[in-house]
Design a protein around this ligand. Structure first.
Ligand SMILES: NC(=O)c1ccc[n+]([C@@H]2O[C@H](COP(=O)([O-])OP(=O)(O)OC[C@H]3O[C@@H](n4cnc5c(N)ncnc54)[C@H](O)[C@@H]3O)[C@@H](O)[C@H]2O)c1
Length: 345
């Protein structure tokens, strides 16, 4: 059973490919490598013990995408491909609406066309990478899926628009089965140390920033704000191990294939950790010091955000297994063995 992973060479997509392969699915990685390194394909083969199928190209190319769908006949598509840097989305909103919203429109049209011209196949199930960012600045925590949605930047806006497009399409064509996964804060790496997060340039997220300081690539960590209304003043987030996130996708695909009509669920642990708690846990696990400086708050950052993951447990039979120490240990192993990420290879 083939599963097409758009953006499958990226951070979350590559770890999901490993988890799907381990469960007997056949992942097909589709990527244009705009934010990933082709070396990941060799690592995917090495870690999974099987050669991974690759389709190199752009999701904006609807015609090519239709051909890919007709070539592989995947039972499900997981749509990871997109741009994800909040700051960049504020500076270049059109890039985000073009690639994220345009990419989703292109994929959905290709799915319609492939089904119509492919000999009566069922439309593949679709799993979409959404984000806790759709909750904007939540009034309370923990966050349940019925909280009001809003956006504080164009990146978040694209996720809202795509969720709405998917809802409209499911209404228009009840044969569509869509799972929307709202990720909280994915961190960590595959425990082999062969795969992990490899941001280009200055990291936007906490964990790669911490690991790059620990490995000596950067002199200190910027902690954006220490005057939030949280126990130590720094922002609190629901960090989730990327392998837990990956198994959440396997559970989502299975649930859709077993007849679910669709769902929208949070993927988080249900626990929040502050920036300073993460730094301390990382220092303990790695034995390295992580010097930091307090910097001004970043526009659009919220004080605290963590999930109520009950619905994912009930609907998908999934729950996170790894804690903060595992996340730090695996992130550190990856960075320590690959100081320059995939470019170290
Ligand atoms: N990492 C996070 O913190 C986080 C949190 C919530 C949601 N998400 C969402 O999850 C998804 C995956 O995130 P990630 O962290 O793995 O990001 P990533 O940048 O590592 O992976 C995205 C992949 O998509 C590819 N891509 C981008 N545009 C493409 C296009 N037009 N055609 C083909 N390939 C294209 C990139 O080359 C990259 O390999 C994204 O949609 C992101 O918005 C990520």
């Amino acid at each position: 059973m083939k599963i097409l992973l758009t953006g499958g060479a990226g951070y979350i997509g590559s770890h999901t490919a490993i988890a799907l392969a381990a469960e007997g699915f056949e992942p097909v990685v589709l990527d244009n490598f705009s934010n990933s390194h082709p070396t990941v394909m060799e690592r995917l083969t090495e870690v999974s013990g099987r050669s991974m199928l690759l389709e190199q190209g752009d999701v904006l190319d609807t015609d090519w995408l239709r051909q890919v769908l007709q070539r592989h006949h995947p039972v499900a598509v997981v749509h990871f491909a997109g741009d994800k840097a909040v700051g960049e989305s504020v500076a270049q909103p059109l890039k985000y609406f073009h690639n994220n919203v345009g990419g989703a429109v292109s994929l959905m049209r290709a799915m319609v066309q492939a089904t119509a011209t492919g000999g009566g196949d069922r439309t593949p199930a679709l799993v979409f990478s959404s984000s806790a960012t759709v909750y904007g600045d939540p009034a309370t925590v923990p966050i349940t899926e019925d909280f009001p949605r809003s956006h504080t930047n164009p990146y978040g806006h694209t996720k809202l628009v795509i969720e709405d497009m998917l809802t409209a399409q499911c209404k228009a064509d009840p044969t569509w089965r869509v799972g929307v996964l709202r990720y909280f804060n994915p961190v960590g790496a595959h425990p082999s140390g062969r795969m992990g997060e490899d941001p280009d340039g200055m990291p936007n997220n906490l964990m790669p920033f911490v690991t790059q300081v620990a490995v000596g690539r950067r002199p200190f960590l910027n902690v954006y704000g220490n005057d939030y209304p949280t126990p130590d003043g720094t922002g609190v987030r629901d960090y989730i191990h990327v392998m837990d996130l990956a198994s959440g996708h396997v559970a989502a695909v299975r649930t859709l294939l077993q007849g679910s009509q669709g769902f929208t669920v949070n993927l988080g642990t249900g626990r929040g950790h502050s920036v300073l708690e993460v730094v301390r846990a990382f220092e303990q696990v790695s034995g390295r010091a992580v010097p930091y400086r307090i910097a001004p708050r970043r526009a659009g950052d919220v004080a605290q955000c963590w999930a109520d993951p009950t619905l994912a447990r009930t609907l998908l039979g999934w729950k996170a297994r790894f804690g903060l120490e595992d996340m730090c240990a695996d992130a550190w192993r990856w960075q320590n063995l690959n100081p320059q990420g995939y470019r170290s290879a």
